[in-house]
Design a binder for this molecule. Structure first.
Ligand code: NAD
Length: 495
């Protein structure tokens, strides 16, 4: 029997008339049916969150009480870790190793870390002001926040947003991607079991293009935290402008890694493979452009291509699988389109670039890991986000050339620098126009350290103290302490 998932509004599970089929991208089969929120459901989610914020207990709980709830959610995720990992893989196609060892434990850890850290982030040092006045700064929750999540890391990105927004004392409406809502809807059960007051968390599944405007323009919503494409991001900025809201925008990327010639070749190749092929390359921080210094370019390229050809494609649930399918047939078509266009524009395809023909993969949305060279900065594959397993490898001769190639992008999300000379690598990191620079590593996220892009990759931070403070507002309480304590108007009008 195909499982069915309701919406979660005001502490209750709610079914809907309209349902949506959820597909396993490894097989193309239906794995679940999910309720779809209509306009009325969105209205109820917003008003429940509003009521829970304005007159409920959540924003008024002691920090210790809030901490305990967050830890309960973390434990709830850990208790169901194996089940959640399996579900995440079924729904996204990502290799089960990735969901078991990365997505799910990191989701639980996000709640745990913020539970233990947010108290110190709330401490405000009040400034000394001149004259006889006292200034006291207070951090408050913002209110009702809408969290919109993409399909590439469905539970993890939901937890990054949810844990931080809740720790700050906000009430939320979480909208997962309509392609991958299952783990978020399981999380609703964990939240209910943890005993959070009703209305604090509402989780609705809806097609973004159908109900996005209703959700993102409502006067009762105070903040929207969005992770997704630039196209949708721009629309959300428009919707939100109707009633002026604070925004956190985590958008696309076209990141470049820089491999300097003093590096250990094996380490650089293996790490670069991860940096583009993990999660089938469907990562906002994917190092889709790999820039390699002249001296080692030929050796790097041949080892990279040889290892790419050995990557094992297979269904996500198989523990031997190294690369699963793309999320959907539409996504695969898009990626294939980029590769075909690059070939026409004169790039050289070294391996992959096709839909695999193996019988056991034929019903899934698989795509061969692909390596392309001879790419010019004018080609679309150089400029646009591919969001698939396609690596571009380029040669550079001087550091200035590497910097120029890296920064020749509308995006500014991340970079990786590989070198044994840490001083040189750190200097270089300072010159790259990206919000995160990894040196001799890739994809390391810490809940204590901020993450977020520059330029078209968005604005606002996720994680860390800076990411937490995004979900708060700063109030200045200023008290006159002059000895005769005369209100200003007395001086002004002389009454
Ligand atoms: P998307 O923009 O298509 O969808 C993201 C979310 O927005 C989904 O929940 C979707 O249902 C919703 N949505 C769609 N139309 C909407 C509308 N009109 N109003 C409101 N919501 C709407 O993105 P995607 O395809 O799910 O994810 C891939 C994109 O996400 C890539 O561009 C990737 O770079 C980006 N991404 C960025 C980061 C980051 O941290 N910067 C992280 C992960 C993914």
């Amino acid at each position: 029997m195909i499982p069915s998932y309701p919406l979660y509004i005001n502490g209750q599970f709610k079914d809907s008339v309209e349902k949506q089929d959820i597909i396993d991208p490894s097989t193309g089969e239906i794995i679940a049916r999910v309720a779809i929120a209509d306009e009325k459901d969105i209205g109820s989610a917003i008003s429940s969150a509003r009521l829970a914020f304005d007159s409920g207990s959540w924003p008024r709980l002691s920090l210790e009480e809030r901490r305990k709830f967050l830890l309960k959610i973390s434990q709830g995720i850990l208790d169901k870790a194996a089940e959640l990992a399996k579900l995440e893989t079924l729904n996204t196609g990502k290799p089960i190793k990735e969901s078991t060892f990365m997505d799910i434990p990191s989701s639980a850890k996000t709640f745990q870390d913020i539970a233990n850290n947010f108290q110190k982030y709330l401490e405000e040092k009040s400034p000394d002001v001149s004259g006889d006045a006292e200034c006291s700064l207070v951090r408050e929750p913002i209110g009702v926040v809408v969290l919109i999540v993409p399909w590439n890391y469905p539970l993890l990105i939901a937890c990054w947003k949810l844990a931080f927004a809740l720790a700050a004392g906000n009430t939320v409406i979480l909208k997962p991607s309509s392609l991958t809502p299952l783990t978020a809807l399981e999380l609703a059960k964990i939240i209910q079991e943890a005993g959070l007051p009703k209305g604090v968390v509402n989780i609705i599944n809806a097609k973004g293009e159908e109900l996005g405007e209703r959700l993102c323009s409502d006067k009762q919503v105070d903040l929207i935290s969005f992770t997704g494409s630039n196209e949708v991001g721009r629309r959300i900025i428009e919707y939100s402008s109707k009633n002026v809201k604070k925004l956190i925008m985590e958008l696309g990327g076209k990141s470049a890694s820089i491999i300097l010639s003093d590096v250990d070749l094996d380490v650089a190749v293996n790490s670069s493979l991860c940096s583009i092929f993990l999660n089938q390359g469907q990562m906002c921080t994917a190092m889709s452009r790999i820039l390699v210094e002249d001296d080692i370019y030929d050796n790097f390229l041949s080892e990279f291509v040889e290892k790419t050809k050995r990557i094992r494609l297979g269904p996500g649930l198989d523990f031997q699988t190294q690369m699963g399918p793309l999320i959907s047939s539409a996504q695969r078509k898009k990626v294939l389109g980029f590769v075909e266009k690059a070939k026409k524009e004169g790039a050289t395809l070294l391996c992959g670039g096709r839909i695999p023909q193996d019988a056991e993969l034929k019903n899934g949305f698989f795509f061969e890991p692909t390596v392309i060279t001879d790419v010019l900065a004018s080609m679309s594959i150089f400029k646009e986000e591919t969001f698939g397993p396609v690596a571009i490898i380029q040669r550079f001769s001087t550091i200035d050339e590497a910097i120029e190639l890296s920064n020749d992008s509308d995006y500014g999300l991340a970079t990786c620098i590989w070198s044994k000379d840490l001083k040189r690598a750190t200097d270089l990191a300072g010159k790259i126009n990206a919000g995160t620079a990894w040196i001799n590593t890739y994809g390391m996220f810490y809940n204590e350290a901020p993450y977020g892009g520059f330029k078209q990759s968005g604005f606002g931070k996720e994680l860390g103290e800076a990411g937490f403070l995004e979900y708060t507002r700063l109030k200045n309480i200023l008290t006159d302490k002059s000895p005769d304590s005369k209100p200003l108007v007395n001086y002004w009008y002389g009454f």
